[in-house]
Design a protein around this ligand. Sequence first.
Ligand code: SF4
Ligand code: SF4
Ligand code: SF4
Length: 462
Amino acid sequence: MGTHVGESAGALDALWYEPRDESSPEHDAATAIPHVIAWNLTRRCNLACAHCYISAGSWHAQDEELGTNECRRVIDQILETSPSPLLILSGGEPLVREDLEDIARYATAGGATVVVGTNGTGLTDDRISSLMRAGVQGVALSIDSLDARYHDRFRHGEGALEDTLAAVDRLGEHGLDFLVQFTITKGNRDELDAIVAFADEKGAVCVNVYFLVETGRGEGMHGLGPDGNDEVLRRLTELQREYRGRVMIRSKCQPQLMRHVYERDAESPLLHYRTRCPCGVQYCRITPDGKVTPCPYMPEVAGDLGARSFGEIWRESKVFKLLREGDVGGKCGRCEYRAICGGCRARAHAIDGDFLAEDPDCAYEPAVGVATPVRPARAITYGDAPTSRLAWDAEAEARLAAIPSFVRGVVAGRVEKYASEAGYERVTLDVMREVRETMPVDFSKKVPFFARGRRGAQTRRH
Ligand code: SF4
Ligand code: SF4
Ligand code: SF4
């Protein structure tokens, strides 16, 4: 299922809505909450892509993985630390796990928003229905090329593109949100526009373009290099403007997009999002055998769930503390874009062995001397805790509680602003419906899972 960054990280981490005072690392230590967790449930996969960060394949054994009950125990621990996280269930190929739906159902019932990162080849009608019944809110699919010769060769799977494209149509028919993601390489860079147009036409909520991190099977592979990356980022800046209101377009593992957006598109909604690397602050990854790492592309182990609880690892691990409190080095440490970019920590680790080193894949050369960090022109609101000024009906409050924690504050703020301006004294479900219809944002035509609250979830504890 993956781009090297895999559908795992990729999945719905389109959504870094978490702002913070980037100039004050101590702030992270106090407020770090794992709002988004990528969970590689297995290393088994029916494909064997050249760039796979987790070196997945059909030869891995099931007994290398946490079992269903162990997964439930970990979910309980996650929910104690972060009551309504976004949980990205990925792999390897997570559809090979027969208990995927059990895990998704359990997490959903506990309060998580669950999405699945898959290569899509196993998404039959029955499987889509069963995922939806289990409460899964969205799916991330990898499409590296619209040319089967490239996609199938890259993914080492004959017929893989055909199967994944059929899955795209099925997802549309079932009404399950999906995003399209792929790793940009010399072989498919000319297809960037075509893949974005395809995703838009098919109704994807988001396109994530990944840039190679040399880890896993991607070690030894070469990306586009700093100048090649920069060229793609310039085009992505144009595309995210062109497609605004229809499909959200992001770079992944290449936060340098924000330098271009900041310089060329002051009105971009991307400037509302948390765009700096979130690993260890709002984000982490769990490996199939229960190790916790900062992100799927960073193998540095913060702790083992066989020995310590998720909460202990999140709060106390040295790796996470360093990511929250340590100073980023080299040119990233002095760069004026460090607050909105900061470089990819996984790439620094893959190339220099030091996740606090500068991101060596960036073309930008900041001036000598530590610059004052630039900030987006508009106030960032995503990630704020909800603050209520109006009374909320119980049903409206329950609807709000079903929205993932990383966007709940901003949704509450929008609802209250709308209600006040429209002269309502209470927030009701009807008011929330009206707000959805008037959302002036990136998703004006459709409301993706993360903004509408969990659908059909039987809540266990909340
Ligand atoms: S080998 Fe499987 S898990 Fe790895 S990137 Fe390819 S589809 Fe995803
Ligand atoms: S030098 Fe670092 S912080 Fe500045 S734009 Fe490049 S990667 Fe981002
Ligand atoms: S280290 Fe940060 S920027 Fe890089 S892939 Fe991981 S989460 Fe993304």
